[in-house]
Write a protein that binds this ligand. Structure first.
Ligand SMILES: [Fe+2]
Length: 303
């Protein structure tokens, strides 16, 4: 399926438009299809020439094989469970739990496990492109993975000590969080676990403030949370915003009403659904509910 879907789902690059993408409109597939016994379940929401956004899921005990790598940076946001992630060339492991995020820089091999008792499900964005030649890599030798008592550990590269990074930043760190993009893509490629304390917190709007938390913000991709409380004199609405790139909003807590002020188009986007907003289109988020609304945004390349 991959060659005619990635980069042009659900529309060709010259046919992009604002689109409310419900669960039943997502394209489902198992990856890798050649090895269903070691695969994960994917829902693909949108894939343009700028970004690809979907979810992937493992049942308890599950893993996929072989390790994957991409022609872009990938960011996960954990919707359910705990992911145990392996950087197989460096022997780096980490655990990412519900509500946390993970940056896998471009060309970094990665493999995920679910050692929990429930499902593990992650929202992902990859930007700009998922695979080099539109086909998944299948040439990784499993015995070349660095891990506890791995057979080929001595011949695999050593990462050295991971550098320290601060747990919070400033507005100037938008565009270079958690580290500048070119830096994180240099060998050896390390992964970055963005726990709750390591999200880059900010606020959008003076009159109508909305909480913004970035997981990752670099030269290729921006992913984070828009958090809009309930309550106020009127319905709580964000200030108008638009992006220098494509934007996919995944509603985690909602529904969220997405309003396009120029066309006055209105979408009521339910939890687990996505609103796609092409480059340059202005939008506002409105919360007409009695609870906090939360959307996970993916924007690429420019914010
Ligand atoms: Fe991946």
């Amino acid at each position: 399926m991959s060659e005619d879907v990635f980069g042009r789902f659900p529309f060709a690059p010259d046919e992009k438009r604002p689109l409310h993408i419900r669960r039943d409109m997502a394209r489902k597939f198992v990856y890798p299809a050649a090895r269903p016994h070691f695969s994960d379940l994917n829902y693909l929401y949108v894939s343009t020439e700028k970004l690809t956004v979907g979810t992937w899921q493992l049942g308890p005990g599950g893993t996929y094989d072989p390790p994957d790598l991409h022609a872009g940076d990938e960011v996960y946001y954990l919707l359910d469970g705990t992911l145990t992630e392996h950087n197989p060339l460096l022997g780096e492991f980490m655990q990412v739990s519900k509500g946390e995020a993970l940056l896998l820089p471009m060309h970094g091999y990665h493999k995920g496990y679910n050692f929990g008792q429930g499902i593990m499900r992650a929202l992902y964005v990859i930007a700009p492109k998922i695979w080099e030649d539109q086909f998944p890599p299948m040439d990784f030798e499993g015995d070349k993975m660095k891990m506890y008592k791995g057979r080929n550990n001595p011949s695999l590269p050593s990462r050295g000590r991971m550098q320290e990074w601060h747990g919070h930043g400033t507005t100037d760190d938008i565009g270079r969080w958690p580290v500048p993009g070119p830096e994180c893509r240099k060998e050896p490629i390390l992964f970055y676990h963005i726990s709750e304390a390591r999200k880059l917190v900010n606020v959008h709007g003076v009159q109508h403030p909305m909480l913004v938390k970035f997981f990752v913000s670099n030269d290729l991709v921006h992913m984070g949370e828009f958090i809009l409380p309930a309550g106020g004199n009127g319905s709580r609405a964000s200030e108008p915003d638009s992006h220098k790139g494509d934007c996919a909003l995944f509603v985690e807590w909602g529904p969220i009403t997405v309003f396009l002020p120029h066309s006055q188009e209105t979408y009521d986007v339910q939890p687990e659904e996505v609103m796609f907003i092409p480059e340059g289109v202005e939008y506002q988020l409105i919360n007409y509910t009695a609870g906090t609304a939360k959307a996970i945004f993916s924007v690429a390349p420019g914010l």
